[in-house]
Design a protein around this ligand. Sequence first.
Ligand code: NDP
Length: 402
Amino acid sequence: MAKILVIGAGGVGSVAVHKLAQASHIFTDIMLASRTKSKCDAIAVNVKEKFGKTIQTASLDADKVPEIVALIKSFQPQLVLNVALPYQDLTIMDACLETKVDYLDTANYEPIDEAKYEYSWQWAYKDRYKEAGITAVLGCGFDPGVTGVFTAYAKKHYFDEMHYLDIVDCNAGDHGKYFATNFNPEINIREITQKGRYWENGTWVETKPLEIHKPIEYPNIGARESYILYHEELESLVKNFPKFKRARFWMTFGERYITALNVLQEVGLTSIKPINYQGMDIVPLQFLKALLPEPASLGENYKGTTSIGCQIRGIKDGEVRTYYVWNNCDHAEVYKEIKAQAVAYTTGVPAAIAAMLMVQGKWKAPGVFNVEEFDPDPFMKLLPEYGLPWHEQIDCPLPVEK
Ligand code: NDP
């Protein structure tokens, strides 16, 4: 029986709160707090309709530590789930530290004025969390999140040594809009327009943005052009599994998406450097975000499937072994279930599952952790129960190697 405070009422927050309400045998009290309270209230109405559960809502500016501390002190949750933006990670971690409450998020910290993300800022809290006797679990959406759990599960059950990791992320859905991003546009575009990076032979190899690409075959979808991106879980996975000789992350993009993105970039609309417009400083990317559809609104007409998984090559009992584990998620089905789209769903469900394991003490230790440091088995068991079935293939040719 636990109380949880969820911060951030976007696409991911909505899914997470629905799934926490579905687990009402664990979460007796749920509060959703965000900058715009009306968004929390709208989600609360849907949750009540779907699960008959009343959730509390509150307005909160999570950039302000004292505001978060005050809300935690009045609501007294056991765990805070941060599904606002990566900019709020450190303020929310500070508030959890001050009130000695566990912390969970889905994306690692990045400073608002620099498009750079890495774990160093959050790993720096390790000793203080340890001393306070509280747990922080970082990055538990799908990627990062389930991809780390998949990798830990592969190591635990199938490999003596893992040497090559390819995380493959395909969204073969169509939302019918000319250009939209599937999660927060600002964070998404900052990620895609960065230089690519992958791990090889003990060092990071840097590429131009979206420079390396090829078609990769996805289950029940077919071949889709896939691009190497830098993605945050690579940093923790090569640290926690140091035998990897190479670790890469691939994501699919349609031609139209890339063409539109190039135009937006060329005209300066993806820049995060403020410009002065009629006496006012504006950040072009934040202005662009205001024009683009909200990710949470894409679900209604979304058709098609996502497929995210890990393809691994290594050694078991002296023999070469390959392993592919993945989930496919259908946009229209998740809309029917809880009015979401699959990218928000595949992020919010794992966050809710991690929350369950944390409050039940199954994922609990003093300090700051990435998901692959905990036992993957209870998480893998809950994934299909909460809507994300997974599949595996052992000792078959890996699609990424074709
Ligand atoms: P949205 O933009 O849809 O939602 C973000 C929400 O956070 C909004 O409701 C916003 O409020 C709120 N918010 C922003 N700033 C503050 C603040 N200072 N105080 C309180 N609330 C605030 O984003 P998504 O739901 O798409 O994404 C949520 C998070 O999930 C992001 O961090 C994203 O990077 C992460 N993510 C992780 C994935 C993974 O697989 N690991 C995949 C996809 C997303 P308002 O409505 O007022 O703007």
